[in-house]
Design a protein around this ligand. Sequence first.
Ligand SMILES: Nc1ncnc2c1ncn2[C@@H]1O[C@H](COP(=O)(O)OP(=O)(O)OP(=O)(O)O)[C@@H](O)[C@H]1O
Ligand SMILES: [Mg+2]
Length: 280
Amino acid sequence: MPTVEFDSVSKVYGEDTVALDDIDITIEEGEFVILLGPSGAGKSTMLRVLNGLTQPTTGTVEIGGQRVGDNRSEVGMVFQEHYLIENMSAFANALSGALSRNGIFRSALGFHDREDKLRALEALDTVGLLKEADQRAGSMSGGQKQRVGIARALVQEPELLLADEPVASLDPKAARDVMRYLKVAAQEHDLTTITSLHQVNIAREFGDRFLGLRDGEVIFDGRTGDLTMEVMDEIYYGEDAEAADILDDDGPAAGTGTGPGPDSDLVEGTAPTGEGGEGA
Ligand SMILES: Nc1ncnc2c1ncn2[C@@H]1O[C@H](COP(=O)(O)OP(=O)(O)OP(=O)(O)O)[C@@H](O)[C@H]1O
Ligand SMILES: [Mg+2]
């Protein structure tokens, strides 16, 4: 389980789309890190430079002291769309994780050693699907499919586990189940894990450390207790959140002369709480 290091990493698409803006971050061995941030903040890009699908424009990314190169087998990835082979069993799908280690040729010929098969069964057990090993992936629920995706990543025997919105299309209960299994998988296999997540409540339950991205910058780096409402507003609403805070604390901001504008959901959302619990 390696340390992950971003050293002055920027990623620019085209002329001026800055997806990552000078990121310096070290993620320690075994940490379970959740990336938060609005759409377009750079979460997927951060994951993609880690699995080598995208090259940084400048800066370096290292996993366990080695620059990310084309040996991707050390990085396991769970996707939002699970990319399972629907007409194959859960077991066969999990086993296909061995492909990146064994090469396509051996795998295509069905050469899987006993150890790989055992690994696939163990991985299915880890995600609570041992009994469903023979079930066709296409007939499984969204949550079960996602768990098969985790099992497949485990069979890869990665050191680093990445997941991009692994529970985005699931209902809250299934989403929690998948996150719980992801966490168990990470712990059992001593994996450093980085996952992006849109559901803040679920993130809070499972994350050890949170990185808040906005416009390609890491604007927050902290633990569950540090994830206050203000921090969340800052991550998701940026300057709008600051305006809301000023209005909240000191009345209308000096110089603007205006009250809450038509777009100030934040202000409306926080203002009426004055009469709430504390005084009672
Ligand atoms: N292949 C690409 N070509 C051009 N621009 C891209 C490409 N991939 C990402 N971008 C841009 O980079 C920025 C960051 O995108 P990214 O996909 O990393 O955001 P995200 O935080 O994952 O968003 P979401 O929550 O919607 O998944 C966006 O402005 C996006 O349009
Ligand atoms: Mg994304």
